[in-house]
Structures are given as C-alpha cells and as structure tokens.
Design a protein around this ligand. Structure first.
Ligand SMILES: Cc1ncc(COP(=O)(O)O)c(C=O)c1O
Length: 390
C-alpha cells in the first residue's frame, strides 16, 4: 500500500497555520521486513487471542450503551501491571488510559499547553511533540542534548529558567536515540520545576515534567522507572503505552501515571467516552497475559546488543559505524552517512524498511525477529558497499 497526499484546495478554510502541512506518519508499505515503527515483531500467542475474543464477545451485547467513561476496571489493571513491572503501587485515581500514548500526550498538551504557553523538549527527540504543540497552539522549544545524546541537564535547567515552559517533556528511553535518562538527572529537573515560573500563568504556577516512557520495558534490568517517583513529585506525569514492548500497537492503548491532581486536569479535556468498550475489553484481556505479552522482551534486548555490536564492526567510507547507546528496541546508527536517503532506498529495494529520522548522517532500525535481523544484516552489508562506491 502506498500513500498519496492530495493538494488541498485553496478554497477550503483550513487554519492558516495548517496550510502546507501534511499528515504525520512513517510510510506504511507492504514489504517483507518492517523495521521502521518500533513495534514488537512477535504476534500475541493463541491463548491471548482467545482471551481477547472472549472478553470482546462478553461485552458485545452492551454496545448499544456508552462505555465506562472512567474505565475503572482498566485503570485497576494498569495499577496491577505497574506494581509488577516497576514496583510502584498507584491508586486508580493516579492512572488514566487513552487511545495510545499519542492521545495521552495530546490530552496533556490540551490541559497544560495552549495559547501563551510553551512546552520544552530536548533535541533530537520524538517528532510528534511539535505536532501536539501545533494542534493545541502551544509554543515548542528545544534544549540540545550532548553529542552522545545524553541529556545536557545544565542546558535543560537553563532553558527552563529562560523559556519558563508550562511542560518539560523528557523521553526515556529517548526516540530516536534510545538514550535512557538517569533517575538522578530526572530528579534534578523535577526539583527545579517545583519552583520555576511559567510564562503566561499566574505567580505560584510551576511547570509539570512529562516523562514519555513509551519504550521503558526495554530498559536494562535494575533501572527504576519514573513511576517510582510519582508519590514524591506531584509535578511528574509519566506517559506509557501498550504499543511497544507489550506487543499491542494495533489496539491503541496508552496510559498516564501521575498525581490525582494531574489526572483530574486531563479529565477536563478528554472527549466523553474516548475509550471504546471494545478497546477496554481487549486491553483487559491482554493485561491478563502480561507474562506472555512481554515474553520476547529479554530476547529483543539481546538482539539489540548483538545488532549494536555487529553494526559497530561495519564500515562506511573507511570508518566504523557509530551506534547510539540504546535501552530501547531500536538503534540509531551510522553517524557519518553522507547519503542516508540512498541507503534507506537501497534497503527498501531489498524489502527492508527502516526509518530516516534523527540528525543528518544517522538512520534508525527497530529490532525484528531473528530471521528479519539476519535479512537486515545481509542487505545492509551489501548496500553499504554499493552506496560507498557510487
Ligand atoms: C517516544 C514515543 N512516544 C509515544 C509514542 C506513541 O505511541 P502510541 O501512541 O502507539 O502509544 C511513540 C511511538 O512511536 C514514541 O516513539
């Protein structure tokens, strides 16, 4: 399937700031090896599929009614999952679900951004953040990361004081670099935000810190999740998703962990009944099978380490490839690709779809099955020789 963007007629009253914009999204192409959107490549097992079918079947006769708009059963299930996964037990009113963490983030921008407000991110980072900002009329500013993509905490703190954002967005592990945020660095930023001013808000208003943990289950064992800091820091909001490690991208389920007060702010902007009964039933079914859904995570971590080591042994134009240190299910690699689009295209010609993203000279590949990674390695070795000779 290819995607086309038709020119929008000038006669339509599209918002001025949207004229010339195109819909966001990585290419959805029908190719044998898809390593471009950081999914878990393993399908739910037959037991999980049976539970999903049963749970959805059980609520089918209620579909004439609106769903539980507070999705209480699902929030309880998130609480149990987080207690098991991160060791933090949060109350139902400290949790909130939505259609993917994309919707969670948009709701945060709707509640805490808006005209006159600014959100601060740390470049390079996830390319949807400026879109949430645009869609909610929120300013978007960036502090820069260190050369190895770790957070430059001093630069971020300086930017917080200068820009006075209402939201500080930290991504851990970061996309597209895979870089984790050490808890001590997060705590420094949380402490600063507890007293920092917010432009466009009354005195005594302070920024919230949003940690986007979309890939957190892939972190190295023993590293705490930011959810363990929620009870200590009422200005912390942690966005999570079932789309990545949890192997549930097609169901569109994300969730937010934060103080009850932050959750109550988000509840003001949510659409009524935003989470369908079918989505709630499917998510509850998957959360009954946490171990099965996460069963390949350790293997994907190993594949990541093996692939990183392999990439570092490859050369392009006489220099070894660089690989950003990653605690996620993807690797940013290259560093000195002068023709990254050409490398991307040549891989695509061989049926391998990766992503052109991040700073110039780099490409990102997501971890697939063993067979998919073997095909990636074989194709990349060939492509690097061809492209450097051109
Ligand atoms: C850092 C980050 N946050 C959030 C998302 C959104 O994921 P979803 O809406 O599927 O939960 C993504 C998806 O790629 C991501 O990379």
């Amino acid at each position: 399937m290819t995607e086309e963007t038709n020119a929008i007629p000038a006669s339509l009253p599209l918002r001025n700031d949207l004229i010339g914009e195109t819909p966001y999204g990585a290419p959805q192409l029908d190719v044998p090896v898809c390593l471009n959107v950081n999914e878990n490549p393993y399908e739910p097992n037959p037991d999980v599929c049976a539970t999903i079918a049963r749970r959805v079947g059980e609520i089918a006769h209620t579909l004439n009614r609106y769903p539980d708009r507070e999705h209480i059963a699902l929030r309880k299930a998130f609480s149990d999952y987080l207690a098991k996964e991160s060791g933090a037990r949060l109350a139902v009113d400290q949790l909130w679900g939505a259609n993917g963490s994309n919707e969670i983030m948009l709701q945060l921008f709707q509640a805490f951004g808006g005209p006159g407000r600014t959100a601060l991110g740390c470049d390079p980072t996830y390319s949807m953040y400026p879109e949430y900002a645009r869609d909610t009329f929120t300013g978007w500013k960036l502090a820069h990361r260190n050369a190895d993509f770790t957070l430059d905490v001093d630069a971020a703190i300086k930017a917080i004081h200068e820009i006075k954002p209402s939201m500080v967005i930290l991504t851990s592990p970061n996309n597209p670099t895979g870089t984790p945020l050490p808890p001590a660095d997060l705590e420094r930023i949380l402490d600063v935000c507890e007293t920092a001013d917010v432009a466009g808000a009354a005195a005594g208003v302070h920024p919230i810190v949003v940690v986007d943990e979309a890939y957190v289950e892939f972190r190295n064992p023993g590293t705490p999740s930011a959810v363990t800091l929620i009870d200590k820091h009422p200005n912390l909001a942690v966005s999570r998703t079932m789309s990545k490690a949890f192997a549930f991208a097609g169901a569109r389920v994300g969730y937010l962990a934060a103080s009850k007060d932050i959750i109550d702010c988000v509840r003001i902007v949510r659409m009524p009944y935003h989470l369908s009964a079918v989505t709630q039933a499917a998510a509850l079914a998957a959360l009954e099978h946490t171990d099965e859904q996460l069963s390949q995570v350790a293997h994907l971590r190993e594949i990541r380490e093996q692939t990183a080591a392999w990439l570092k042994r490859q050369t392009y134009k006489g220099q070894p490839l660089e690989v950003a240190a990653s605690e996620s299910n993807f690797l940013l690699f290259g560093g000195h690709f002068d023709k990254r689009d050409r490398i991307f295209e040549a891989l695509l010609d061989r049926g391998i779809l990766i992503r052109v993203v991040g700073p110039d000279g780099w490409l990102r590949v997501c971890m697939g099955t063993d067979d998919e990674m073997a095909r990636f390695r074989e194709a990349l070795s060939e492509v690097l020789r061809i492209v450097e000779a051109e």
